[in-house]
Design a binder for this molecule. Structure first.
Ligand code: PTT
Ligand code: SF4
Length: 600
């Protein structure tokens, strides 16, 4: 583990504790363990004391079964709780090849700095000439200096200007750390990481290479593979329209009249390039022409920057996406924030700020996105995210957020289990931990059952536990049904450890409990109201489409939430029980939590 102190311009290399590796594996597990153990409680996320962690897992960098992924984590400036993202980056692969499983950055550089990292250690280099550049220009410039084969992770102006939902960017189309990891990097005056390790990653069994090839071969033969290669995540637009869950007009409706103009079929028609994360056999980075160049589009980006704003033109949506990538801003929070501004403006709530924007006004949206990145005018308020902006405008019911983070692209007026998945997600409402909605719309769409709570937990264990801890892209399993049993085998070959699904599940539960404890410690209290989805889905029914009139039921939602807590071994208030902490080997957490809440 590489520890970098920007304030003192020092670094040390530390052995990773074997018991921590066994209990938490890596990636998100390692990140939360470090944040729990080392962060002073209540620390300002944008202060030098926060720690920005780039954590690989034992699978990162090993085979072509989509293993070029890296977790980036810190205390989040937008939620004040645990934040992370999972980014595809050569920097992650090269970090492992340099001999590091994680890089932990703390302190604050005196002036703009970038880090050059390889087997020999760390150089602290001057980034004054890079400060102010967008992420693409930064990457180009750094690769000119350090070679095209250097892995670069950087921030853009949004991260420098501490936009609360700034991300870190790699390879021009990969963006990670939705809950403001780019702002944490900016607060440290850290413009970029350049990583160039070339060693061999040690593995327990060299047969892992052959095993990876076999898994890839099986993956390529899966029935969904060819269609996936044509449209990637973007075909979800058509699926979401059909299922009435496509966020439209700031999550007011679940269907968009112009969905075909921004859907997967249109992406396929307009595509000019296909790119991927490193070590991937099923690329999903579809590039299409944008008004000012080209951009990579994914489902979330299209839905939130398209239907959610009433924009039915793919090249315009792609341009908003391009701006977000160049500036280093999360497209999900940006699309939510722009949609919130449009609805607030329609209702006359922005008038006293001298601000107006209409649904579907692409030019105004583009200008506003830039104003947010540079914190100009009304953009400065929107750079704080919808929770804070809505408080200022007295428009809380228009903000589609939980715990301060904006919801990703699934409308839940008629999807209670997905609403539960959002409300209990450990980073705030993101689909990564439990994309339960595809199962839910096929089964009991309107129910609030214990079975649904159990399904959310089952998915959270696999998606938020396994894949975020051993760190590998989950899409081979999710999208083309590559059998899950490949992963314990690959894990054993990498580490030498026998890993059963039960072991991974227990690690997942441990990570979830520790992340929940972290939120409680940082908030200084807990309430089940923090695990409730946005008011809009309860109070403002859908007005159109086959599900007209649908909305969530508050009482029934709470019943389902109680099932969820119960199955997790958490009390009625969402606090892990003493017995649960003991079972998971987290006894050391109890005395800390007792300072803030009653432990049952
Ligand atoms: C991810 C989130 C997503 S989830 C999308 S589209 W998706 C958005 N993409 C953005 C973007 O692009 N530009 C931008 N400026 N902001 C963006 N914000 C949004 O970020 C992403 C893929 C995707 S595409 C998904 S579902 C899967 N997510 C995985 C995950 O979370 N874990 C895992 N083990 N594997 C995953 N595989 C897939 O990875 P965050 P990426 Mg990502 C242009 O970063 O913070 O997790 O947010 O990083 O390399 O782009 O991969 O329909
Ligand atoms: Fe990256 Fe997509 Fe490949 Fe996953 S499937 S590794 S997100 S390019």
């Amino acid at each position: 583990m590489l520890r970098v102190d920007l304030t003192r311009k020092k670094y040390v290399v530390q052995e990773l504790d074997a018991s921590v590796a066994r209990d938490f594996i890596g990636g998100r597990g390692l990140a939360i363990k470090i944040l729990w153990d080392e962060l002073p409680p209540g620390v300002d996320p944008l202060s030098p004391h926060n720690k920005l962690i780039f954590a690989a897992g034992p699978l990162t960098g090993l085979t072509n079964v989509n293993m070029g992924k890296l977790v980036v984590a810190a205390k989040s400036p937008i939620t004040g709780g645990y934040g992370d993202g999972n980014i595809g980056a050569w920097a992650g692969v090269y970090m492992r090849r340099a001999g590091y499983d994680a890089i932990v950055v703390e302190g604050k550089a005196e002036r703009p700095t970038y880090l050059y990292i390889d087997e020999k250690g760390v150089q602290f280099l001057d980034a004054s000439d890079l400060w102010g550049l967008n992420t693409w220009a930064t990457e180009d410039k750094l690769q000119k200096i350090h070679g095209r084969d250097a892995g670069v992770i950087s921030i853009g102006p949004a991260g420098e200007n501490l936009v609360k939902y700034a991300v870190v960017v790699a390879q021009k189309g990969r963006a990670g750390g939705r809950p403001g990891m780019g702002a944490v990097m900016g607060s440290k005056n850290l413009k970029a990481l350049v990583v160039k390790g070339r060693g061999e990653i040690p593995v327990a069994d060299k047969a892992i290479g052959k095993m990876g090839l076999e898994a890839v071969e099986q993956g390529r033969k899966m029935p969904g593979y060819n269609f996936w290669m044509r449209q990637g995540t973007t075909s979800t637009v058509e699926w979401a329209q059909e299922a009435s869950v496509l966020p439209t007009y700031n999550f007011s409706e679940g269907q968009f009249d112009e969905f075909e103009k921004i859907g997967g079929a249109m992406v396929e028609k307009m595509e000019v390039d296909l790119k991927s994360c490193p070590l991937c056999f099923m690329p999903c980075g579809h590039w299409v022409p944008a008004e000012g160049g080209v951009a990579e589009v994914d489902y979330e980006n299209i839905a939130l920057l398209g239907s959610n704003l009433g924009i039915g033109d793919l090249s315009k949506v792609a341009e908003l996406n391009r701006i977000a990538d160049l500036m280093g801003m999360d497209t999900i929070s940006l699309g939510n924030t722009l949609g919130f501004a449009m609805e607030a403006s329609e209702r006359g709530l922005t008038k006293e700020h001298g601000f107006k924007i209409e649904w579907g006004d692409y030019k105004a949206a583009r200008d506003l996105a830039l104003d947010i990145a540079y914190r100009r005018g009304f953009g400065d308020l929107l750079a704080e995210g919808t929770m804070r902006a809505s408080r200022r405008l007295k428009a809380e019911e228009l903000a589609v957020q939980v715990k301060g983070l904006e919801v990703s692209a699934y409308d839940c007026h008629a999807a209670p289990a997905m609403a539960l998945a959002y409300a209990t997600s450990p980073i705030g409402p993101h689909h990564k931990d439990a994309w339960v909605i595809s199962w839910e719309v096929k089964t009991d769409r309107f129910g609030y059952t214990k079975e649904k709570a159990a399904k959310v937990i089952e998915l959270q264990r696999i998606r938020g536990g396994w894949f975020e801890a051993f760190v590998s892209c989950r899409l081979p399993w999710v999208e083309i049904s590559l059998p899950l049993d490949w992963y314990p085998k690959l894990f054993k070959a990498a580490t030498g450890l026998d890993a059963t699904p039960e072991y991974f599940n227990e690690v997942g539960d441990r990570i979830y409990a520790l992340i929940r404890a972290f939120w409680i410690r940082e908030y200084g209290y807990w309430s089940r109201e923090l695990d409730v989805p946005p008011p809009k889905w309860f109070k403002k029914p859908l007005t159109k489409g086959p599900l007209k009139g649908a909305h969530l039921d508050y009482g029934k939602y709470h019943e389902m939430l109680s099932h969820y807590y119960d199955l997790r071994g958490w009390d009625e208030n969402g606090v892990p029980r003493r017995s649960t902490l003991r079972r998971l080997g987290l006894d050391y957490v109890a005395p800390v939590l007792e300072k803030y809440v009653e432990l049952k």
